[in-house]
Structure formats: structure tokens, C-alpha cells
Write a protein that binds this ligand. Structure first.
Ligand SMILES: NC(=O)c1ccc[n+]([C@@H]2O[C@H](COP(=O)([O-])OP(=O)(O)OC[C@H]3O[C@@H](n4cnc5c(N)ncnc54)[C@H](O)[C@@H]3O)[C@@H](O)[C@H]2O)c1
Length: 406
């Protein structure tokens, strides 16, 4: 780490006289731990315009949230998100709860004058996402920012891919092909956690994994999907009812059974206004695939390919090179010229999953300091939500091509 020699959270920033910015986080399990790592680390790696302070974390169980605060590095604990929002030492509310609470917390935080970071998908319905985007637009006029946690934009190799597409290295895009494959539901005995219930999660693999690849497709292509044809399926329709606490992805169930109310997998094709074709596959039933977010873009001048399970690498084929010596080559994305990498380790010393949350925090803090619209904004999150809704509508009508309102 080349930029900051801090001796404690925010120490470098305080020494430099930077304005503190209090963060309050709701939810402290999977994403809460990942975001905490981001907030703890960002000021020790990047030179920031403000000094993030881990002010308070919120959960519903007093003992558990206090233990989480101590474990994850938060100064205080709250048991009601309304109390968290009301705190004078909280300037930014970071929402790491399931989708059913995103809209209520985000709109309340924005109306209370706080900046907001909200995990993906932005909401469980288009209506909620519209209300959130409107609240964000009103708040923007007051100098507040609101961002969605599509953290894969912050994988250096994917930020580099976006840069190369924007530079025209691929020419005119023809194919935008993305799959996001996991396997944690293959076991029919895995219980009914919140991710399998529509009232909590909104949708299944579609909103969980599909939201990421729709956002990435639109980010990389630089345009919005215009329409989709979709298939969804729920392979295992009943599962054991959850017994005891769950972190969402690991849990155990008893003998009583309940109904799965979301999709297990979603496959869809789409069109971009430029004429490029897109294809998407999101599933939790790809046995052996743990977190395989893969993509390939093919253009008139070249192609790019990426696999999240090898996230320091980007494959590039330059189709303008002589055929005899051209072909896919591996770019090891660890050079200081690559996105985010000038603040990290020497070339070849790769990054991992958690670094995306450090980069997310960095980008959000810069947006707060400069007043720039953060990306992805709530408006971007709403665009993704509209694609997800069109996928569900198309699937319900046997794959009929469904236009996405702009
Ligand atoms: N960006 C990513 O890669 C990524 C990965 C996983 C999950 N997510 C998203 O993050 C969000 C949370 O998912 P997770 O995996 O962390 O879930 P999780 O089940 O691990 O954690 C959810 C947390 O929210 C808390 N919570 C729920 N309702 C609450 C309320 N009303 N008040 C206070 N706390 C409440 C729970 O107690 C728990 O601490 C979801 O929107 C999910 O889609 C994003």
C-alpha cells in the first residue's frame, strides 16, 4: 500500500485534517461484513477527500448487534434503523439488509438528509425502485448522493474492460454474453431462507445473480437493454422450513416443509438499441460452480472474456492483428495503470473479492466530496429493476419478447 501510513481507523485522514464522514450500516451478516471491511480499509489504501468513520451498526437483536459492532469495528450499535438514521454522527446510511427493507430505509435516510449506499438489487419491485430513484433525485438537489452496491463494476479487470469498450478496442459490439452460476441450492434439503421467499427477496436467482449481470452488461456496453425474452424455472418447489439463525447462504432446516416462491434459474436473451444481442443465465443449480460470473463480449474489432473465479485476469483478442499470430491473450490486471491498482501492491500481487468493497467505498466518498452523481446511481438501479420485471413478465408469457420502458 503506497499512499497512506495510518496507525488506526481514519488516523491518516485526521492527521491530514480531513472532514470526518460518519457511516451507519444496517445489517451485519454477509454484506455487512464485506462492507465493514471496505469502510475499515479504504482510508488506509486510498488518498481520500473525507475521513470515513464507522459510527454505528444496526441489527434487531441487541446482544448480537453489539457483538457484531465489536467484531467488525463499529463504535456503536442500534436496534432500530430509524434510530440509526436519526444519529447526528451518521452522515451516510449503508443498507445491507434483504430487499424487502431497502426502499423504506433508503427513502427515510434520504429524506433525513443522509447519503445512501444500498445493496443490490435496488428494490424488490419497480414501484419501490421508482420511489427510491425519485427520492435520490430530490436529495441530489440538496447535495446528497445515493449509490447502488453493484460491486462487480469495481473489479479492476471489469473496469478495464469498460475502458477498452469505451475506447473502441472491440469496435461495434455484436454479442454481450453473461452467465452467473452458483450451486448452493442443488441440495433439495437446503432450507427456505429469505432468498427463497418472494416477500423478502423479490425474486430468486434473477434478482440475486441476474441483477449483477444485467448491470454489468449495461455498464460494459454503455447502453440499456431494450427488450428481453425469458425463461425461468423453480426446480425444487418445496424445502424444509428454516430452523435457527441463517446467514442466508448457509443454513439448516427441520422436518416441516414450505413452498419456494421465487425462481431457481433465469435464462434470457435481449437486444441493445445499437443492435448488439445479449444473453444471460443466472442459476443456483450449476453443480460445481461456486461464484462463476463469466462474460464474453464480441465486437467487429475484437473480443473480451472474463471469469470472476480468476478475477485478476482479462482475456483480449484483437481481431485487427494478422490472423497468423492473433488470438486471445491474458492481461494480468495488476499494473498501476489499471483501474484502482496504483494504490495497491506491486504488479502480479493480485486482489480478491473483498477489494471490490474497498473500491466501492472509495468511489462513493469521492462522489460525496465532489457532488458528482455516483455510478451506479439509483436511476441505474431502477433501469436494472425494469429489466428484471420484464424478464418475469416475458417468462410468464412463455418467452414473448417484452420491451423495457425507458
Ligand atoms: N453485492 C454483492 O455481491 C452481494 C452479495 C450478497 C448479497 N447482496 C445483497 O445484500 C443484501 C443483504 O444480503 P446478505 O447476503 O448480506 O444477507 P444476510 O442474510 O447475510 O444478512 C442480512 C442482514 O440484514 C439484517 N436485517 C434484516 N432485516 C433487518 C431490519 N429490518 N433491520 C435491521 N437489520 C435487518 C439481518 O439481521 C442480517 O444481519 C441483499 O440485498 C442481497 O441481495 C449483495
Amino acid at each position: 500500500m503506497r499512499e497512506t501510513e495510518a496507525s488506526g481507523p481514519g488516523a491518516g485522514s485526521e492527521a491530514a485534517g480531513k472532514r470526518p464522514l460518519g457511516v451507519g450500516m444496517v445489517g451485519y451478516a454477509f454484506m455487512g461484513a464485506a462492507h465493514s471491511q471496505g469502510w475499515r480499509t479504504v482510508g488506509r489504501v486510498f488518498d481520500l477527500p473525507v475521513d470515513p468513520v464507522l459510527a454505528a451498526v444496526c441489527g434487531r437483536d441487541a446482544g448480537a448487534v453489539r457483538a457484531a459492532a465489536d467484531r467488525l469495528g463499529w463504535a456503536a450499535a442500534e436496534t432500530d434503523w430509524r434510530a440509526l438514521i436519526a444519529r447526528d454522527d451518521v452522515d451516510l446510511v449503508d443498507i445491507c439488509t434483504p430487499g424487502d427493507s431497502h426502499a423504506e430505509i433508503a427513502v427515510a435516510a434520504l429524506e433525513a438528509g443522509k447519503h445512501v449506499l444500498c445493496e443490490k438489487p435496488l428494490a424488490n419491485t419497480v414501484e419501490e425502485a421508482e420511489a427510491m430513484a425519485e427520492a435520490a433525485e430530490r436529495a441530489r438537489a440538496r447535495g446528497q448522493v445515493a449509490m447502488v452496491g453493484f460491486n462487480y463494476r469495481r473489479v479492476p479487470a471489469l473496469a478495464l474492460a469498460r475502458r477498452m469498450v469505451a475506447q473502441g478496442r472491440l469496435g461495434a459490439l455484436r454479442h454481450v454474453r453473461l452467465t452467473y452460476l452458483q450451486d448452493w441450492l442443488v441440495d433439495a434439503g437446503f432450507p427456505l431462507t429469505w432468498r427463497l421467499l418472494k416477500e423478502h427477496a423479490g425474486s430468486g436467482a434473477l434478482g440475486d445473480l441476474g441483477a449483477h449481470i444485467v448491470d454489468l452488461a449495461q455498464y460494459l456496453a454503455g447502453e440499456q437493454v431494450a427488450g428481453v425474452s425469458a425463461l425461468t424455472e423453480t426446480f425444487v418447489r418445496e424445502r424444509p422450513i428454516l430452523e435457527g439463525p441463517s446467514s442466508g447462504l448457509t443454513a439448516s432446516g427441520g422436518t416441516r416443509r414450505g413452498t419456494v416462491t421465487v425462481d431457481d434459474a433465469a435464462l434470457f436473451t435481449g437486444r441493445f438499441p445499437s443492435g448488439a444481442l445479449a444473453s444471460f443465465e443466472a442459476t443456483r443449480f450449476a453443480a460445481g460452480r461456486k461464484n462463476a460470473l463469466r462474460l464474453e463480449l464480441n465486437g467487429s474489432e475484437g473480443s473480451l472474456a472474463f471469469d470472476l473465479e480468476r478475477l485478476n485476469e482479462l482475456s483480449f483478442h484483437d481481431h485487427t492483428e494478422p490472423a497468423a499470430s492473433s488470438g486471445f491473450r491474458r492481461i494480468l490486471v495488476t499494473e498501476p495503470e489499471h483501474p484502482y491498482l496504483d494504490a495497491w501492491w506491486p504488479p502480479g500481487h493480485g486482489l480478491g473479492y473483498e477489494h471490490t468493497f474497498v473500491h466501492q467505498a472509495r468511489d462513493l466518498l469521492h462522489a460525496i466530496a465532489t457532488g458528482a452523481r455516483p455510478e451506479p446511481s439509483f436511476a441505474d438501479g431502477l433501469c436494472v429493476q425494469r429489466v428484471l420485471a420484464a424478464v418475469e413478465e416475458s417468462a410468464a408469457k412463455n418467452s414473448v419478447y417484452t420491451l423495457i420502458p425507458t
